[in-house]
Unconditional design. Structure first.
Length: 259
């Protein structure tokens, strides 16, 4: 007690150990909705993909890019979004906790604020909240690999969920549908697509799905179009696309994003 009484403000401050993310590396902040399985059920999201819910997520990502100009690219699918910061970013002196909390906060408050715009008929019944983490990647090539991993995940989950919900909507119980879809997990992509064609009677059904469901959403600054003048000169505009970011074509077409 005697010692504590002598503690100076400097001593108190010295307890703070902020981990600074390694210099000259690409910081990726990935956020993910907490308990969105339940959140999506409570708010009766269309299954397997509710387009309005995804559009709201995309609007939140645009708000984050508008606020944090060091973010050069974002990729979203389901209840998650990844934000890539320029490798020279000095946002919050690269303190992980500060960066992640600020991104999560802007994202979540935008989700709340704009909910009614996307779901005018639905009262929000549960608080949406997101967790987040920051990871450093040492090269743009590894950032592309990271993003490709998220897009592969999007595709695999979407194909699984599309099969599962078609079986459920065709009258199977959820457990039956799960067993059937799991069997399908062992089969090739081609067979899965054949099953989808058979269930729907639509040839090439998977390919007919909206690109947003199959490819997720990419958000980035389009420097070519100089529409916004924020006083500091034209900075372009933020675009939301549904592109294949696994193949190199996208990155060749937009070399400035991860330069
Ligand atoms: P955790 O808190 O561990 O992240 P979670 O319930 O959020 O758990 P996730 O693995 O993050 O689980 O998966 C998100 C779930 O949210 C999906 O499985 C899906 O059921 C639901 N979901 C998210 N977005 C949509 C959408 N646009 N349309 C339909 N369902 C969605
Ligand atoms: P930063 O983004 O760096 O935190 P800031 O503008 O939030 O910048 P702070 O040092 O955090 O600055 O100080 C918060 C400021 O917000 C105060 O200086 C004050 O002007 C204002 N503020 C916060 N709470 C109140 C309040 N209850 N009543 C009046 N003003 C307030
Ligand atoms: Mg999670
Ligand atoms: Mg989640
Ligand atoms: Mg998720
Ligand atoms: Mg502050």
């Amino acid at each position: 007690r005697e010692k504590l009484n002598k503690t100076t403000p400097e001593d108190i401050k010295s307890f703070l150990h902020e981990s600074r993310l390694m210099l000259c590396t690409w910081i990726v902040v990935r956020i993910d909705g907490c308990h969105f399985h339940r959140f999506s059920e409570v708010h009766e999201f269309e299954k397997p993909n509710d387009a309005q819910a995804l559009n709201l997520m995309n609007a939140c990502a645009v708000a984050v890019l508008e606020d944090f100009r060091d973010i050069v690219f974002a990729y979203g699918v389901s209840d998650e979004y990844s934000f890539v910061l320029n490798k020279y970013s000095q946002l919050y002196q690269r303190c992980a906790g500060d960066i992640v909390s600020a991104v999560v906060s802007v994202f979540t408050s935008t989700y709340m604020m704009r909910w009614n715009e996307f779901f005018p008929q639905k009262e929000m019944e549960h608080l949406p909240y997101f967790d987040g983490r920051a990871v450093c990647y040492p090269s743009s090539e590894i950032v592309k690999d990271y993003l490709a991993w998220r897009q592969v995940d999007c595709h695999i989950n979407n194909q699984y969920n599309t099969c599962f919900w078609l079986l459920v909507k065709s009258g199977k119980s959820k457990s039956e549908a799960q067993i059937n879809t799991c069997d399908l997990q062992r089969t090739q992509t081609l067979e899965k697509n054949e099953l989808l064609d058979r269930l729907t009677g639509v040839p090439n059904y998977y390919k007919s799905l909206p690109p947003m469901f199959c490819l997720g959403s990419s958000v980035f600054w389009d420097k070519e179009s100089k529409l916004v003048d924020n006083g500091e000169g034209a900075t372009g505009r933020i675009v939301v696309g549904h592109c294949n970011i696994i193949e190199t074509g996208f990155w060749e077409a937009h070399p400035q994003i991860l330069d």
